[in-house]
Design a protein. Structure first.
Lengths: 484, 447
């Protein structure tokens, strides 16, 4: 295949046009008779001139340089790269959803409000929470919203001195970043050798200054923390609240609910568990659920229903306020609700079961070839610690790059930070046994190549369109726009 | 069996055997009994595609689509023309089913379009560089405020009341937890009161934030405001802009603005009941290492080929954890692609034409509306595609009459600005025709 290497700007030719507007049908007066000349830009715009075919072909060629879930297996741990159903894309584009202005009057938006109301109720049932805001734009934004709710709760109780958030050392980077952004100090506690929260360390860490604990369960190692009830009571007894990072919720739907584990605040990543596309880095959606005693702090507006129909309720005097323009990523919410309706309660439970089965199956087939730091029953993902042969010069990065040659998107690497040479594998439920078996064979092949021809693995990838772009150079000689 | 779940009963048995278990339930034995959900989730069972689409069509049909009505509603979400090719390209699943481009070898498509997006935004705003996107225009304003506070190590944020109300509310929410002090500058004749601003800027000022065209559609005097803002020591001048307006208005980068943010929805993204939209941020060189979110940089691969990678990642949450410049992770990747296609499709002439037609049609509507004297201009200042009108009628009553004529009226300013009660903000894009505008004004005259 031809190696396409143009930037859109390099295709531009003066005089070309990819658009056409209807002729102006009002009087064509001079612009400077409407707007004073001092505000008007007299220079040409620095935009390219192309035909429609140029644009289509360019972005089609670029798309061929990408790898998506529809291309192949994408076992990126913690990211839940499950299949993105096509029906979701259709429903979000329905005229009656896509072409609704957010500020239309209540009688014009009953369908949207009903969808938001039903989605909220469904997510509350799945999470075991009492109410949920659908406003947050992504997981990290949900975390921030949730931590702000925790802060508002302590402030209302006259406990503003609670200025610390506890996070385990296995946490996602967004957890400490969020707590920092919300004005908290972070206390990191170490995990036990089994990858769980160290209860003694937690007991030592909590106190009168504890605002809360942020936890992912199953955690980033893919292990369900069986001490969760004890963890919850330690934090609650100290006066803190529990925050659930829902990044790993795909493991437990229909089997356990954060609300029943003792969590007070929960976020879900709809772009993980509820099949909405990752879009090459968003838009996502990160709804946040709370227990009854925290409802008053939710961001406004919430959707309510009375005899006249559905409406936006702004009457939350203790609300943390607004966190997002309008009401959240509605188009993503439509996709997630479509998915929930399609799978139903039974399908969601089955999805979690098969996600867990798939992860444990791969783990069982790879542990003879790769180092498995913790040998246990995993949930939806598991973490290897590089090759079984610990003396090998072949690193996790090399293994990841060699997987590219073999046609796979590599797993998450070097995370969680507490596992040396971490390779975090999350297959999801939408992959078949045949796909898993082929991936397993590829992983085994690489482990053998690492012994027989380590140089070849270390210099991988060999057949990708680019090979190990130089990140150090990118950060040193900063080029972040096209200069011509 | 479900269409999205592949394992057959036979597969399941083989896999369980390989793991050394007998039943799927055993995979969940590690969940303690007292937290195990000992009932089924209380949701309806799985439904077929036909059942789901029938139900959701029913919901969608309860809404009143802009495609069946004529809209003069804006106030932060705009009904501009969306070229058909955008939906075709963003529907390519190589784009929309991919993750954040952590593996550059198989993500050059995403990385390159983000690089192109950054270039287009930087060029349009007249800035040195731009990031890969933020959630929306409102949170982009807030991220700019937080960046300015971190940059200057100061804690006072001055924001004009002519900045859209949602953004000011989000800023209050964030400022509270960061212990930042937000000071709002009043509006005078529909624009930021520069004299009042002069009295507020001092050495504690981290940022001065304005919007232009502002919430009332009026073009702010960025040059003068910037001069006042820069009387503060290390004060960052932030301007939120409508990117469509940059088809005709001077580049903020040429007017002394340090950080340009904005809402990119108008760049080919449907109004979609408020989201997902597209926040953007462009900065002068001084700020590049403080900017929130992803940035793509150009580099070379092992064979010296031009290639693209995520860069300056030491600012970000996955590396810096609690010291990150922001916690943002997922942003608006696919919508940045939509905006990129929009900008290159409209191109050098098209963006100007969209801006010109919107301006001229808005001014035509304005002139027609105020002609008889029944409706009066709320402000007397140069505006872009939106303007405020007042009368003796209640905005809700006006809109109810318009609605019967299949017209969506303007935004009721009294909802957020008690001082402008009775005012209605009308938006006119290039999509509105003379006939539609004439119908609006004749219905208004008849009320």
């Amino acid at each position: 295949m031809r190696n396409y290497d143009k930037l859109i700007f390099e295709l531009s030719k003066p005089g070309r046009k990819a658009y056409m507007l209807p002729p102006m049908d009002v009087e064509d007066v001079a612009l400077d008779s409407l707007i004073p000349g001092e505000f008007i830009n007299e220079e040409d715009l620095q935009l390219p001139e192309l035909t429609e075919v140029d644009v289509i072909r360019h972005y089609t060629n670029l798309s061929n340089k990408n790898y998506g879930v529809d291309t192949g297996f994408y076992p990126l741990g913690s990211c839940t790269m499950k299949y993105n159903p096509k029906i979701n894309e259709d429903t979000a584009r329905y005229d009656g959803f896509a072409n609704i202005h957010p500020l239309q009057s209540a009688d014009c938006i009953q369908g949207s409000l009903q969808l938001l109301h039903e989605l909220e109720q469904s997510l509350c049932e799945i999470a075991g929470m009492d109410r949920m805001t659908l406003q947050p734009a992504a997981g990290a934004h949900g975390e921030l919203t949730g931590i702000m709710i925790i802060k508002a709760y302590h402030e209302k109780n006259g406990e503003s001195h609670r200025n610390k958030i506890i996070v385990p050392d296995s946490a996602h980077g967004t957890n400490p970043a969020t707590a920092g952004m919300a004005g908290y100090k972070i206390v990191e506690i170490k995990s036990t050798k089994d990858g769980l929260v160290d209860l003694d360390a937690l007991r030592a860490a909590v106190g009168d200054d504890t605002a809360g604990l942020m936890l992912t369960n199953p955690n980033t190692l893919g292990i369900f923390d069986k001490g969760i009830k004890e963890i919850a009571s330690i934090v609650h007894e100290a006066g803190g609240l529990l925050y659930y990072d829902g990044a790993n919720a795909n493991a437990i739907m229909g089997h356990a609910r954060p609300g029943d584990m003792g969590f007070d605040v929960v976020h879900f990543n709809l772009h993980k568990t509820f099949s909405t596309p990752h879009g090459g880095g968003g838009p996502g959606s990160g709804p946040v659920g709370v227990k009854k005693r925290l409802i008053e702090f939710l961001p406004v507006p919430m959707v309510e229903k009375n005899e006249d129909g559905y409406y936006f309720d702004y009457d939350y005097p203790n609300s943390i306020g607004k966190v997002k323009d309008f009401y959240g990523h509605f188009g993503i919410l439509v996709r997630a609700y479509t998915y929930i309706l399609t799978l139903g309660g039974d399908g969601l439970k089955r999805a979690s079961e098969m996600a867990v089965l798939n992860a444990n199956y791969i783990c069982s087939q790879l542990k003879d070839y790769y180092h498995l730091p913790i040998d246990t029953i995993y949930k939806h993902e598991f973490v290897l610690g590089g090759l079984k042969d610990t003396l090998s010069e072949v690193s996790t990065l090399d293994i990841a790059k060699r997987l590219l040659d073999l046609g796979y998107h590599p797993p998450t690497v070097y995370f969680p930070l507490i596992i040396n040479q971490a390779i975090m594998i999350e297959p999801t439920e939408t992959e078949s046994k045949e796909t898993l078996d082929e991936f397993i064979q590829a992983m085994i092949q690489i482990s053998k190549e690492a012994a027989s021809d380590p140089e070849m693995v270390k210099s991988a990838p060999h057949n990708t369109i680019v090979r190990r772009p130089n990140e150090v150079k990118a950060a040193r000689d900063i080029i972040v726009k096209y200069e011509g | 069996m479900h269409p999205y779940i592949a394992n057959t009963p036979e597969d399941i048995q083989e896999m369980l055997k390989a793991i050394g278990l007998e039943s799927v339930d055993q995979l969940f034995d590690d969940i303690p009994k007292d937290v195990h959900l000992n009932r089924e989730i209380d949701l309806p069972n799985a439904k077929s595609e036909l059942e789901v689409t029938n139900y959701l069509k029913e919901l969608a049909d309860k809404n009143c689509s802009l495609s069946k009505l004529t809209s003069f509603l804006g106030a932060g979400a705009y009904d501009h023309y969306i070229p058909s090719i955008i939906n075709h390209i963003i529907s390519r699943s190589e784009y929309y089913t991919s993750y954040t481009p952590y593996q550059p070898e198989i993500s050059q498509g995403t990385l390159q379009y983000i690089f192109e997006f950054q270039t287009l935004i930087a060029n349009l705003t007249g800035m040195d560089s731009a990031n890969a996107s933020l959630y929306d225009g409102g949170t982009a304003i807030v991220e700019a405020a937080l960046m300015a506070a971190a940059y200057s190590r100061k804690d006072e944020i001055i924001i004009s009341r002519s900045v859209k109300p949602d953004a000011r509310k989000i800023l209050q929410t964030y400022a509270h937890v960061q212990n930042l002090k937000v000071i709002e500058v009043d509006v005078k004749d529909g624009v930021t009161d520069v004299e009042a601003l002069e009295g507020l800027v001092n050495d504690n000022t981290a940022a001065v934030i304005v919007q232009s065209p502002n919430f009332f559609g009026i073009i702010e005097d960025l040059k003068t405001i910037g001069e006042v803002a820069h009387r503060g020591k290390k004060t960052t001048f932030v301007a939120a802009v409508d990117p469509i307006s940059l088809g005709i208005l001077k580049k903020p980068g040429d007017l002394g603005v340090d950080v340009v943010v904005g809402e990119g929805q108008a760049l080919g993204i449907p109004v979609s009941f408020g989201g997902p939209y597209l926040g953007f941020m462009a900065v002068k060189n001084d700020y590049i290492r403080k900017i929130p979110g992803r940035i793509v940089g150009q580099t070379e691969d092992l064979d010296g080929k031009r290639s693209f990678v995520l860069t300056l990642t030491a600012r970000e949450q996955h590396i810096r954890r609690e010291k990150a410049t922001s916690n943002i992770c997922s942003n608006q990747g696919l919508n940045a692609l939509a905006a990129t296609i929009y900008m290159v499709t409209l191109g050098k002439e098209g963006l100007r034409e969209v801006a010109l037609q919107s301006t001229k049609k808005a001014h035509y509507a304005y002139e027609q509306m105020i002609k008889s004297g029944k409706f009066k201009p709320m402000f007397d200042k140069p505006f872009f595609k939106e303007f405020a009108i007042t009368s003796d009628l209640k905005p809700a009553d006006i809109n109810a009459v318009l609605r019967e004529e299949m017209i969506i009226g303007g935004y009721d300013l009294g909802l957020e600005y008690p001082e402008f009660e009775g005012g209605v903000l009308y938006a006119v894009t290039e999509k509105r025709t003379k006939d539609e505008i004439d119908k609006l004004t004749s219905v208004l005259e008849g009320i």
